[in-house]
Design a protein around this ligand. Sequence first.
Ligand code: SF4
Length: 484
Amino acid sequence: MGETGRGMKAAKSESNWIYSDFKWVSEKKARLASKSRERLLRSLSGGVRYSFLQNKLHIGKLSPGCLICGRGYWSCMFINRLCTANCFYCPRDRRKEQPPRAEKIIFDRPKDYVAYLEKFNFKGVGFSGGEGLLVFEKLLTYVNAIRDKFKNNIYIWIYTNGDLVNKDKLRELKKSGLDEIRFDISARGYSLDRVAEAVGIIKTVTVEIPCIPEDYEILKKCLMQMKKIGVSHLNIHQLYTTKYNYRNLIKRNYTFLRQELIPVLESEMSALKLVRDALNSRVNLPINYCSAAYKVRLQSKGRRHRFGPFVKDEFEDLTDSGYIRSILIKGPIEKIKRIIKILRINNHREGYLSVKDNQILLSAKLLKYINLDDFDLNIEYFQPRIGESINAREKGKGITLSSRKKILIIKKPIFRWEGFSSAAKKIFQKLSAGNIRLENIPKCLFRNYNLDRKESIKGMRREIESLMTIEKLEHLEKGFPEIY
Ligand code: SF4
């Protein structure tokens, strides 16, 4: 499926939308916006840094929590759902209270959550909500349990709107081992009073807000004040759509992008302008722009890399993007036997599995010993994900966390391809080794494709599309996504 198609499908499941209700970016507006974004980015060069395959733009250092997130070692724990505020952009369902959850799994005992963090080697935990301070005692119990178990080997932060923050609570949080507190000041009319109370008590105090285009001037004025009171970091997010906020976002007449999470165009432009203003005014405050593309790409990659190894077979590989890749080659028995012999001679006793006399499953690193022209090539990709139940068509593996808590890692098939042409097999070999760039795939296939019949053109187009999909399953996309 093309980029647009994939974005649309994701968008539909995200928002429960009515397509015609959204003001989608027009072709003309997308072109103009791309140009002004390019200009803005050029004006920032020299003053900003890019991290995580250029998916994150920032001034100065990132908070330790954001570094852990980008590296894929962060667990987001939704400690509750109710909130004292009612932000128009709130992406969550806050209608009724819910038990603590991470990755949609209920962890109603701190002990089980600690076992989960240990099993999957997390290095950081962020407590989100609702407003977590509404369940303050529960929050403390979880923070204490995590700190007791991991000592200084884990980084813990909470998100709050500040409504219930006071010095006593802050001191208790500090005592329990909290490293960082992040305030959504837009929920309290951009007041920094509660933020100032936290400075000097909690080691790292961060302001983390969505970039609301209409509030741009207010936020700009806050920059210097934040610096003065001792805020360590400002994190600004791109507004995006869920089924809980899309009606409110539509009412504000925003322009929506046809990408996963359905981000708001004006939010990104305002965030970049704010970064430019911060540089021009030399405010010297670390600022991190967290785009919807970053969330989709990096956070999902982190999840796949975390859960994939638990369900990957030894003849399968985890791609750079974290998908599980399974390769099957089929051919004459004699040739398959010869391959096995070559692999053994080269000391490869693992990484492949003979499934039938004429078929072997094997890791991509062994493809260099094989002339693929002699064989049929079948490739399948799986997405690892975590769940509490499994449906009949899915494969999974149970992981026991405690006598009362078991979770499942599911290996969900997402893409399969067979019947490669000789030219496509060669490109696949290059792709899996990271030796070809996405934009070079069409011309490389075109040069080597056997166009001996009229129908071959259709076949070639299908192969180009499949190879482009494969490339995205192999490698994470870099930089700002196209505006469309
Ligand atoms: S403070 Fe956070 S959880 Fe509460 S309504 Fe606002 S965005 Fe939602």
